[in-house]
Design a protein around this ligand. Structure first.
Ligand SMILES: Nc1nc2c(c(=O)[nH]1)N[C@H]1C(S)=C(S)[C@@H](COP(=O)(O)OP(=O)(O)OC[C@H]3O[C@@H](n4cnc5c(N)ncnc54)[C@H](O)[C@@H]3O)O[C@H]1N2
Ligand code: MOO
Length: 486
């Protein structure tokens, strides 16, 4: 790798971009924001959502905010782990193939039985898996160790109670002894009442949901899934399924990003494309605020005459107190407030800040808060690959931070670059190339080129190859940093 920067800066602490023609100050008016500074700015403005009580069936993937104690022992009572006969061990101590113990069957105990008859000396109760061990019984012998009450030698199964009700009475021959507790699942052997079932901070996966149900919890206190509204902009956009006119393209961003938001754990709402009309966009955003914990827009953040997101949200920010923005000094470098930028420059409490990042793709970005609840809004560039890469790097961590998850980032690995020709990357930009990562070989190969319109190549990729800011050429065989996509 011909490099002037240490590889792997993508996962390191915030570092100044220190590059670009416009200056050396990270987040400064004329500077480029580094990827890390932008991410830190976004995450710095995100608070985990307030906890709520959720029905168990809606809590998958959520973070528990309270310790949950076992109230009902697991299992709640001694019960059989086999279909068989509940017996007293002394009665079958000398049982063998040729000398079976013959016991009187005192009845059936099905799973769910409440009161069961006591098993006395010389007696057995026919018992089903999960049924409570009756008083007096000390062990269960599986039906395969008996004649099943037929008198016809070793059984393979019980006779159905409906077809052969006599199976619950009569005699049973037992061919093998059993130790006390054999085939009995003891009360509290899994968890005892008072034990900690799950500590606060647990991410609820299927097994944890199962445990909560097993101990009888109908609702749990968790941080909810964030509601994420995804809104694409562009008068050229047509919804899939509709007829494509001249100069029009299908809206793929809103679909890709809504799917990505769901995959990240959010409840995602896709809002079909809004045309390049600032009033319409403002009205749409206003309508959507009611159901949004986070807003994501795509398109309209560059320097064109119809870059509507910038126009609409910059105008909105002008109404915010303190939104003084005299003299943006170069195209694409306008900034709006909401917090304190990495350069230490104070920003007003609300509004969206449009900035350029030392990154490719994904250079133009907007971030800020909007509406009375200061809902975070990330304005992503419109190019499909740019918006997706930006989502992975900034929106996904934001969603996961809202959920209260500790682990907000995609995993990163190092892999050997497999390519015929050296890769080139623009000086001063952290490049995220699409790649095919092979975990077995520990290699990654570029998929498609660096163009931010290459959606077909993106669909064949499973990773992003990170080329650090100071690197302009990466030779085949170089160990590179790779972000693994889901
Ligand atoms: N003079 C300059 N032009 C551009 C610059 C620049 O610095 N100076 N930056 C370029 C970069 S980098 C990017 S990225 C784009 C970002 O532009 P916008 O965010 O304003 O996005 P649009 O202009 O609306 O669209 C860009 C491109 O993507 C297509 N698009 C938009 N939305 C969708 C969608 N929902 N589904 C599919 N495709 C979409 C759109 O048709 C355009 O082709 O600006 C560069 N220009
Ligand atoms: O930065 Mo743009 O996102 O290259 O395509």
């Amino acid at each position: 790798m011909s490099s002037t920067a240490a590889p792997g800066t993508g996962s390191g602490p915030a570092t100044p971009a220190g590059d670009g023609p416009a200056g050396q100050v990270p987040g400064g008016r004329r500077g480029l924001w580094s990827v890390d500074d932008h991410l830190a700015d976004v995450l710095g403005a995100i608070q985990p959502l307030d906890p709520i009580d959720l029905p168990l069936s809606d809590a998958l993937g959520c973070v528990l905010v309270q310790d949950v104690t076992v109230t009902v022992a697991l299992p709640p009572f001694d019960n059989s782990s086999m279909d068989g006969y509940a017996v007293r061990v002394a009665d079958i101590a000398r049982a063998g193939e040729d000398a079976p113990a013959v016991l009187t069957v005192v009845g059936d105990i099905a799973a769910g039985s409440g009161e069961a008859r006591t098993v006395g000396p010389g007696q057995a109760a026919r018992i089903m898996t999960g049924a409570p061990l009756p008083p007096g019984a000390e062990a269960v012998v599986p039906v395969e160790w008996t004649d099943g009450g037929t008198g016809g030698g070793p059984a393979t199964a019980m006779r159905p109670a409906g077809a052969a009700p006599q199976g619950a009475t009569g005699e049973v021959r037992v061919y093998r002894p059993a130790a006390p507790g054999a085939h009995v699942r003891g009360r509290g052997s899994d968890a005892r009442a008072g034990d900690l079932a799950l500590p606060a901070g647990t991410v609820l996966g299927p097994p944890q949901i199962g445990l909560l149900a097993a101990i009888g919890r109908g609702t749990v206190r968790v941080r909810p899934r964030p509601r994420v509204v995804v809104l694409s902009t562009g008068s050229e956009l047509v919804q899939p399924g509709e007829k494509l006119g001249a100069g029009r393209i299908y809206d793929s961003n809103s679909f890709a990003l809504t799917a990505a938001a769901r995959e990240a754990g959010a409840i995602a709402y896709r809002v079909g494309a809004v045309t390049d009309d600032a009033d319409e966009l403002r009205a749409t955003i206003e309508d959507q605020l009611i159901r949004a914990d986070l807003l994501v827009t795509t398109g309209g953040v560059s320097v064109g005459a119809y870059d509507v997101v910038k126009e609409a949200l910059s105008a909105a920010a002008e109404d915010e107190p303190g939104a003084d923005e005299p003299g943006a000094e170069e195209p694409g470098d306008e900034e709006r407030g909401g917090g304190v930028g990495p350069g230490g420059r104070p920003r007003p409490a609300g509004g969206v800040d449009f900035r350029r990042l030392a990154m490719q793709p994904g250079k133009p970005q907007g971030f800020g808060t909007i509406g009375p609840d200061r809902t975070p809004l990330l304005a992503l560039p419109g190019n499909p690959v740019s918006s997706y890469v930006s989502f992975e790097l900034f929106v996904r961590p934001a969603i996961r931070a809202l959920m209260g998850l500790e682990d907000v980032h995609r995993p990163r690995v190092r892999a050997e670059l497999r390519t015929d020709e050296a890769l080139t990357s623009p000086e001063g930009r952290r490049q995220f190339l699409r790649g095919a990562y092979d975990a077995e070989k520990g290699t990654v190969a570029p998929v498609g080129g660096s163009g931010s319109h290459l959606v077909a190549a993106l669909a064949r990729a499973n990773a992003l190859i990170v080329v650090p800011e100071g690197t302009t050429t990466v030779e085949p065989g170089t160990e590179t940093e790779v972000v693994l996509l889901g």
